[in-house]
Write a protein that binds this ligand. Structure first.
Ligand code: SF4
Ligand code: SF4
Ligand code: FES
Length: 351
């Protein structure tokens, strides 16, 4: 037996839009995507929504439900209270095409920029052999369904269009991590590339990406943090340092007598890696949720005064910057907090 439930759905296109209210029947066992389909069949035949599998496997029904990036086909209506209004909005980080459909080309551009798997030249396809243990290590990352929920939640680009060029995002950090641990990949600089070209240093381990991943991939703990650690290991490892000196000596470069490797922990306050140094913005970010507020603005990769990644970033016991949702926020969010608007639409309203 169905019951009537309240929905608020963002309707609009690249020129702007608004949340519209609907009262719609919901039956036992249904998910949010079922309700959207019923709306298309009844009150809103022109409501645009992308989906394919309805089984949590194609990654196309990504949307933000009560403020949290989720798959519409995997969000059961039973997770909401009977009298709760369910608010559905498009992914915030990507431009709206129409209603709940966004243009996610950014992700495909970043995929193209990521150097491909590079097997040994003398190995023909079909002759690849690897230990089961190595298969299992990277299997976690292969589960990715490219829903881009991790990309939309990441504060480095969520409200900061200007960071998109320099930042590939968590989905591509785990691709780099997967290739980095692949025994047949001949490119040995995956982590250095991630740090230098993919913007790994902008990530300050807020773990929001892990929190929203529908495949439960431990993006930060198993992908990002180990890569950050290995970048640091290479920079600070005395043997690597010694090796680089010997190598340079072989090239007749002057070796400074008595020089010691600078193996140092960056003491003092934790660097808000990639965070804003503007106290006003920090205070605002701490004040609970507001979609239109300023979140800490990443300005530079996390490096110390010598241009090195501070170890404190890795040893800090809590996220380095406030979560974009605010540290005190739990889901689902109260409806009055959902003052949703796309960043570019905010801009247009000003003009
Ligand atoms: S941990 Fe936070 S900053 Fe880093 S990639 Fe994930 S969401 Fe972005
Ligand atoms: S890592 Fe998880 S959240 Fe990110 S695109 Fe893949 S499945 Fe989606
Ligand atoms: S429709 Fe395929 S993941 Fe939801």
């Amino acid at each position: 037996m169905g019951s009537k439930r309240q929905f608020r759905i963002w309707r609009g296109d690249e020129n702007g839009g608004d949340l519209q209210d609907y009262t719609i029947e919901v039956n036992e066992g249904e998910v949010v995507l079922d309700v959207i389909h019923r709306l298309q069949a009844t009150d809103a035949p022109d409501l645009a929504c992308r989906w394919n599998c309805k089984a949590g496997k194609c990654g196309s029904c990504s949307m933000e439900i009560n403020g949290k990036p989720r798959l519409g086909c995997m969000t059961r209506m039973s997770t909401f209270e009977e009298n709760e209004t369910v608010t559905v909005t498009p992914l915030r980080t990507f431009p709206v095409i129409r209603d709940l459909v966004t243009d996610v080309s950014f992700n495909y551009e970043k995929a193209r920029e990521t150097p491909a798997f590079a097997p040994p030249e003398d190995l023909a396809p079909g002759d690849y052999r690897m230990q089961q243990v190595d298969v299992e290590r990277s299997q976690e990352f292969r589960k990715c369904i490219e829903c881009f929920l991790c990309q939309t939640v990441c504060h480095v680009i969520r409200d900061h269009e200007e960071n998109k060029q320099a930042f590939s995002g968590p989905r591509y950090f785990i691709r780099a991590a997967e290739l980095d641990m692949h025994p047949l990949d001949t490119k040995t600089d995956r982590k250095e590339y991630a740090q230098a070209e993919q913007g790994l240093g902008f990530c300050n381990i807020t773990k929001c990406c892990t929190e929203v991943c529908p495949e439960h991939i431990k993006i930060t703990d198993n992908g990002i943090i180990p890569m950050k650690e290995r970048v640091v290991d290479r920079k600070y490892d005395p043997l690597v340092w010694l090796g680089s000196k010997i190598f340079r000596r072989g090239q007749n470069e002057q070796v400074r007598a008595g020089a010691q490797p600078q193996v140092g922990v960056h003491h003092g306050l934790h660097s808000h890696a990639g965070g804003s140094h503007d106290p006003g913005a920090e205070a605002q970010a701490q004040r609970g949720l507001n979609w239109n507020r300023e979140v800490p603005h990443p300005t530079a990769p996390a490096v110390d005064e010598r241009g090195r990644l501070p170890l404190s970033e890795l040893t800090f016991d809590r996220p380095a910057a406030p979560s974009p949702f605010g540290d005190d926020v739990t889901f689902p969010l109260p409806t009055e907090h959902l003052n949703y608007a796309h960043p570019e639409q905010d801009e247009k309203k000003k003009h």
